[in-house]
Design a protein around this ligand. Structure first.
Ligand SMILES: Nc1ncnc2c1ncn2[C@@H]1O[C@H](COP(=O)(O)OP(=O)(O)OP(=O)(O)O)[C@@H](O)[C@H]1O
Length: 292
């Protein structure tokens, strides 16, 4: 990717609250057509970054989204960017059909027909009042409304928080089937790392306000090597300084950034590193790595 293809570009992005440095000198670029998982522990800075991307967070450094400055060109930006924050914001008194009428009046890129089509995928009806819907139904209705906007970037902050596994699955199916088209980019923050792994094209990992990984899943498979091995090989594997030692399918395993020496590889069997193991390896203090 050349940098000019990027839909989102940040350089030296920092956010400081009174007592907390929430983001420190982030630099990244995200191209079109990607499904990016934004991962990080509680307090890592995910919401702060998303708010900066949509122009709701003062920051230092430069930030460009769709070629616009989110802080100073927010109105223009919101024509092509949609955002579901981590708090439910649909008015509880409104009927879903009324929200469609409201959105049609407010947003030039919103298609009422598309919203109604998307709602047919859910169990939410046009006459349903938001306040009487379950949490899962509200989230589905919210996605149907937002996905009916002809935008280029969608930002979702923990969109499936509090939903059961079936609701989470249907949420992501609707998002991928109905909104992602190979040109649009979506950024999803979540703690459900295992569940989203198969949906993602890229992962952006934050730890204590800093980027610890920004990589496509294809590159990730090439760069990181996981080795499953017998207990007898443990000391020799540990001597090669893996990022993480853990257990997988009842076997000891070790995760390396880059291939370890051939002699070490020969001690075990190369397996696919999972995103969750990588997340643990890159976001917890090295001294916490247990002997596997
Ligand atoms: N308005 C604020 N005032 C002061 N500190 C804040 C404010 N918003 C966020 N923070 C702090 O900034 C840090 C990053 O918070 P942020 O909400 O971005 O984390 P997060 O990765 O989204 O966490 P979570 O997974 O818990 O939602 C935290 O230490 C938080 O306490």
């Amino acid at each position: 990717m050349t940098d000019t293809d990027a839909l989102i570009r940040a350089q030296g992005l920092s956010v400081r609250f009174a007592k907390k440095q929430a983001l420190t000198d982030l630099s990244l670029s995200i191209p079109k057509g990607r499904v990016v998982g934004l991962l990080g522990h509680n307090g890592a800075g995910k919401t702060t970054l998303m708010k900066a991307l949509v122009g709701l967070q003062r920051h230092e450094g430069s930030l460009s989204v769709l070629g616009l400055n989110p802080s100073t060109q927010r109105t223009e930006l919101l024509k092509s960017l949609c955002y579901i924050p981590d708090v439910a914001v649909l008015p509880r008194w409104a009927k879903v059909g009324q929200l469609i009428t409201l959105m049609a009046g407010l947003h030039p890129g919103f298609s009422p027909e598309r919203a109604k089509d998307l709602l047919r995928r859910t169990s939410v009806g046009l006459d349903d009042v938001v306040g009487k819907l379950s949490k899962g139904m509200v989230v589905q209705a919210h996605l149907a409304l937002v996905a009916a906007i002809d935008a280029k970037v969608m930002i979702l902050d923990e969109p499936t928080l509090g939903l059961d596994v079936l609701s989470r699955k249907s949420f992501y199916e609707m998002l991928i089937d109905e909104w992602c088209d190979g040109e649009r980019t979506v950024i999803i923050s979540t703690h459900q790392v295992e569940e989203v792994e198969s949906l993602l094209s890229d992962v952006l990992m934050l730890n204590e306000g800093q980027v610890v990984l920004n990589i496509s899943l294809d590159q990730l498979d090439q760069r990181f090597v996981a080795l499953s091995h017998d207990a007898a090989a443990a000391d020799a594997v540990a001597a090669a300084h893996p990022l993480l030692r853990y257990r997988q399918h009842g076997q000891s395993a070790a995760l390396f950034d880059g291939a370890p020496p051939d002699a070490v590889v020969a001690l075990g069997q190369r397996v696919r590193p999972s995103l969750v193991d990588l997340f643990v390896a890159l976001t917890r203090a090295p001294e916490l790595n247990r002997r596997a």
